[in-house]
Design a protein around this ligand. Structure first.
Ligand code: SF4
Length: 369
């Protein structure tokens, strides 16, 4: 039985063409599923009854079922989704005044085994299908609307989720063939209609697939950097042994030739005594000298058995100050953006409580992006 969530716009067009239906049926169905969030073809009242009956017999609309649904005091909401065979993935909704962001998973587990990542320690289980990926966005919008979530843009008829970050469990580019159709649905005006600037894919650095993404669906790009030299990055992000920093940064420059943003976001997890010294910061500045970029400094979220500790807050702030001094836009999640050399430590104020930050971090293991 076909899960209609698995079909991107060309896939839906082919699905209806195979059944002798007109191409506009694909747009109608896309609208019902991805803008009105229905899960029952019987509710699609502008389709002829025989077509609805045929669809009901051979298709379904099903996202991964939620097995846990928790909301923090500030509204951050995490869904644990059952991926079958004892596997679970997460999606996390992070509300802010001017946007609603959803962090999405692309794989159950991950094969890349980054040293600081709890997902990597679990190993790889399987790729999520297109329907299981886009279904996280569908489910979040549908649930938030059903729960009466309020935001100014919702009152103007837009769905609750305005931004998507592919920073949850898994390396999205390692599941390229399922991720890209999901991205296309996010961008399609008949579906979610998000601009490419509002959809960010985070990768650990699969260079050939960064090039392919640039050619096929250039959304905003984030890269898990985490180290300023190959020796340290080989240890923290093992895929660096295959695609070392010179190749990775060259791919970033090529990506920007077609990217919707004029910069790459480099994610940098702050590991106490490992990658957080002043000399690491200065080496980073040298490393990215020719790449338009911004940095996101992420406090490490410890997990049982890890060898790492998070850098003290004062160290993260001092590290940020060095990057900012050089002209690099550098943020710490939950903190005010520091944009210039006139940045002052006294202006640093958490916008989110630590508990919420920890919640958001565990989605991305945000280390991944
Ligand atoms: Fe995989 Fe990302 Fe974790 Fe690395 S950081 S192991 S790529 S999920």
């Amino acid at each position: 039985m076909t899960n209609l969530l698995d079909l991107d716009p060309p896939g839906l067009a082919a699905f209806f063409a195979d059944r002798g239906e007109k191409p506009f049926r694909a747009k109608q169905i896309t609208h019902w599923i991805h803008q009105r969030f229905v899960d029952d073809v019987g509710a699609m009242t502008d389709l002829a009854k025989p077509l609805r009956e045929a669809l009901a017999a051979e298709s379904r609309i099903r996202a991964l079922p939620a097995i846990r649904d928790t909301t923090a005091a500030d509204g951050t909401r995490k869904w644990l989704l059952d991926a079958g065979n004892g596997n679970a993935v997460e999606s996390v909704y992070i509300p802010e005044d001017d946007r609603g962001t959803l962090c999405i998973s692309s794989q159950a587990g991950c094969a890349l085994d980054c040293a600081f990542c709890s997902t990597g320690k679990q190993g790889f289980n399987r790729n999520l299908s297109t329907g299981e990926i886009i279904g996280q966005l569908w489910h979040a919008n549908r649930t938030l609307l059903a729960d009466g979530t309020r935001a100014p843009w919702i009152e103007h008829g837009r769905p609750p989720i305005t931004n998507v970050v592919m920073m949850g469990m898994g390396e999205p580019l390692a599941n390229f063939d399922n991720v890209v159709p999901a991205l296309r649905l996010m961008l399609d005006d008949n579906a979610y209609g998000l601009s490419r600037r509002r959809v960010t894919l985070s990768t650990s650095g699969l260079v050939p697939l960064i090039d392919r993404l640039r050619d096929e669906c250039p959304v905003a790009l984030a890269v898990s950097l985490h180290a300023p030299d190959n020796a340290l990055r080989d240890r923290l992000v093992p895929i660096n042994r295959t695609y070392p920093l010179t190749d990775l940064l060259a791919a970033c420059v090529r990506y920007l030739e077609r990217a919707p943003r004029d910069f790459v976001t480099f994610e940098y997890v702050m590991l106490d005594g490992v990658n957080d010294t002043d000399s690491h910061a200065h080496a980073l500045i040298e490393l990215v000298r020719h790449v338009p970029c911004k940095f996101n400094l992420i406090p490490f979220n410890p997990f049982p058995g890890t060898e790492f500790r998070t850098s003290p807050r004062e160290r993260i702030v001092a590290f940020q100050a060095i990057l900012v001094e050089s002209g690099l836009v550098t943020t710490i999640p939950g903190c005010r953006t520091a944009r210039s050399a006139v940045w002052q430590p006294a202006s640093w104020q958490p916008l989110l409580p630590d508990a919420v930050l920890a919640e958001a971090m565990s989605c991305a293991d945000l280390t991944h992006g």
